[in-house]
Ligand binder design. Structure first.
Ligand SMILES: Nc1nc(=O)c2c([nH]1)NC[C@@H]1CN(c3ccc(C(=O)N[C@@H](CCC(=O)O)C(=O)O)cc3)C=[N+]21
Length: 304
């Protein structure tokens, strides 16, 4: 990205800057929350084994959590951890009043069922918003905790669109973590929504229809310049570490950035796009969970 001209640079959505201002806002809200006599919001992160994408996330997350004035609790478990052991840990975290948010990093090792584990987290601590209660709420348009990455993507889109009603939003990738909740959010914005996935016949033709194009496949460089409708807003969720010629590594997205830049109206870079927003939204969700916990305490009859 060394030779980006000023008119091209204007197209790049600065996720890092938008994330910083959201994190600062969360920090101010945390300070006000504590001033009212509440305990510091606490986030527990559970990492089982070592997935490279998860490790980048863990490192940045611990840093940002402290920056927003929250507590972070890290649980690193070996690759051989059983599902029963992980469920025991989650039961402890569910019962711990110092912990308001619980995030279990995905993917998990093969012996552990991610659906069982995400549903073991009590809904008001499910800061990833991936459990059936929060996912169901979103599908029904009821307030709940919205998954961090899609929420971050929405905020990036809102930085360049005041109104998305009637626009065609094309989402490539149909995962529970990103594609499906993203489709729900775009529906809520009044978009016409299409979701492309592994069985889609002509993904390029579908992508070219999008006024808004969100790509979350984990296949780096999949989306080429000629997959993009001229002037479209492109959100690149992919993040893959690839080797460079100099024996080092760099992070790349699912979109061939250099090709896409002249065609797109706006585009997010990798790194510095969706990644930092995911973390800022996680902090936002943790504060929201701490606020929900107050209601749980004051109204024990209420199922949250
Ligand atoms: N339950 C669950 N929820 C997740 O949201 C989740 C997950 N599991 N497992 C792993 C993936 C990966 N992920 C990242 C988030 C931020 C950066 C991030 O901060 N990226 C920086 C990288 C900066 C750098 O270190 O070079 C950037 O894009 O600018 C990366 C990766 C969340 N994930």
């Amino acid at each position: 990205m060394s030779t980006v001209s000023p008119d091209m640079a204007a197209k790049i959505i600065d996720g890092k800057a938008i994330a910083r201002s959201l994190t600062e806002q969360v920090g101010r809200d945390v300070a006000a929350f504590v001033e009212r006599g509440n305990t510091l919001p606490g986030l527990a992160v559970v990492l089982v084994g070592n997935d490279p994408a998860s490790e980048v996330y863990v490192k940045n997350k611990a840093l940002q959590t402290h920056r927003a004035g929250m507590r972070s609790f890290m649980h690193m478990l070996p690759q051989s951890t059983s599902q029963a052991e992980l469920l025991d840990l989650i039961a402890d975290l569910n019962a711990n009043s110092q912990i308001h948010g619980i995030l279990v990093q995905l993917p998990l090792p093969a012996q552990i069922d991610p659906v069982v584990v995400t549903n073991a987290i009590v809904a008001h601590k499910d800061v990833d918003g991936l459990g059936e209660i929060n996912a169901g709420r979103m599908a029904l348009g009821i307030d709940g905790i919205v998954p961090c990455t899609p929420l971050g993507c929405l905020k990036l889109l809102q930085s360049v669109h005041t109104d998305m009603q009637g626009k065609h939003a094309v989402i490539i990738g149909a995962s529970n973590l990103v594609g499906k909740p993203m489709a729900q959010l775009m529906l809520r914005e009044g978009c016409t929504v299409s979701v492309g996935h592994i069985h889609t016949r002509d993904t390029r033709a579908l992508a070219r229809e999008g006024d808004i194009l969100v790509v979350a496949t984990g296949k780096h460089g999949l989306v080429r310049g000629d997959w993009i409708k001229p002037g479209a807003t492109v959100i690149d969720v992919g993040i893959t570490r690839v080797p460079t010629e100099h024996g080092k590594t760099r992070l790349v997205g699912d979109v061939a950035f250099e090709e896409a830049l002249p065609v797109a109206g706006h585009i997010t870079p990798v790194p510095g796009g969706v990644g930092p927003m995911t973390i800022a939204c996680l902090l936002h969700n943790t504060l929201q969970a701490a606020l929900l916990a107050q209601n749980v305490v004051s109204r024990p009859d209420q199922k949250v």
